[in-house]
Design a protein around this ligand. Structure first.
Ligand SMILES: Nc1ncnc2c1ncn2[C@@H]1O[C@H](COP(=O)(O)OP(=O)(O)OP(=O)(O)O)[C@@H](O)[C@H]1O
Ligand SMILES: [Mg+2]
Length: 272
């Protein structure tokens, strides 16, 4: 019997550090496809670190634990292989790429995602040169893209602009969500840590996530604020503190946190 299912991402006893500072101190979390989990917690508790470690940011060293997805410990894979497998991270501050249009960027990303990652084919490609790719013909991709644009109410002018170049906060969010729609991730992480998200940007994120929610995608929505969860109703809410998940509940937990803050919870933990 395999100890994993293709339908879940399993984080087991994950420890990670930066330089000599341990930030994640034993995170355990399972997200099944079709579920939306919210991750909350005070500043500096390790939420963004968890997102970065799942995606493979090399700044963080994993010292213990595993992250299992599709039967693989993805911690052994480069970030691009993780993305090809279907893991997606929406950044709070995505980089701008002047000279590359949104449409072209999305087509490249779409092709890589479609190609996927098959560990059994590892090593078969000649090293030192890029594998030859045919890629999706622009006209075919355009149809796929148009469907996603319609779904997310993105206009034509938007995809002709250079990626994130001079974009407002809301437009950057729109580009991230459009990317998520095109890549059709099986596991999506949205790091909405910043309070600078205005109500329009919040709606863009929420409407996008809700439009893409479905049995094929699990998501982890990181947020400080209950107000995002007014738009995206989570199935499960977790609270992280000092690098561990100290409480898990349903959406009532988020409401309780909104009302009472974190102190009661942290106090409860300390006196346990
Ligand atoms: N690149 C880094 N260099 C140094 N310290 C870091 C780095 N990334 C994270 N840390 C430290 O790790 C701890 C956890 O940070 P993290 O950003 O994961 O918290 P967070 O829960 O996302 O906080 P916030 O709610 O403010 O977004 C903090 O003490 C932070 O200073
Ligand atoms: Mg953060």
């Amino acid at each position: 019997m395999p100890e994993y299912s293709d339908d879940e991402l399993i984080i087991r006893d994950l420890h990670a550090r930066i330089e000599d500072k341990e930030i994640l101190r034993g995170v355990n979390l399972t997200v099944k496809k079709g579920e939306t989990h919210a991750l909350m917690g005070p500043n500096g508790s390790g939420k963004s670190t968890l997102a970065n470690v799942i995606m493979g940011n090399p700044v963080y060293q994993v010292t213990q634990g595993e992250v299992i997805f599709k039967g693989l410990n993805i911690l052994d894979l480069s970030p691009d292989k993780r993305a090809r497998l279907g893991i997606f991270l929406a950044f709070q501050y995505p980089a701008s790429v002047p000279g590359v249009t949104v449409a072209n960027f999305l087509r490249r990303a779409y092709d890589a995602r479609k190609e996927g990652y098959d560990p059994s084919k590892e090593g078969q490609q000649p090293t030192g040169e890029a594998p030859k790719r045919k890629g999706t013909p622009p006209s075919v991709f355009r149809k796929t893209l148009q469907g996603k644009m319609d779904l997310l109410k993105v206009n034509n002018e938007f995809i002709g602009r250079y990626l994130n170049d001079g974009f407002s906060g809301g437009e950057k969010k729109r580009a991230e969500i459009l990317q998520m729609a095109v890549l059709e991730p099986e596991f999506a992480i949205l790091d909405e840590t910043d309070s600078g998200l205005d109500i329009d940007a919040l709606r863009i994120v929420a409407e996008g996530v809700n439009a893409l929610r479905g049995p094929g995608m699990g998501s982890l929505v990181i947020t400080h604020y209950q107000r995002l969860l007014n738009y995206i109703t989570p199935d499960i809410v977790h609270v992280m503190f000092k690098g561990q998940i100290i409480k898990t509940g349903d959406k009532q937990l988020a409401l309780e946190l909104e009302e009472k803050g974190y102190e009661w919870l942290i106090g409860e933990k300390i006196t346990e």
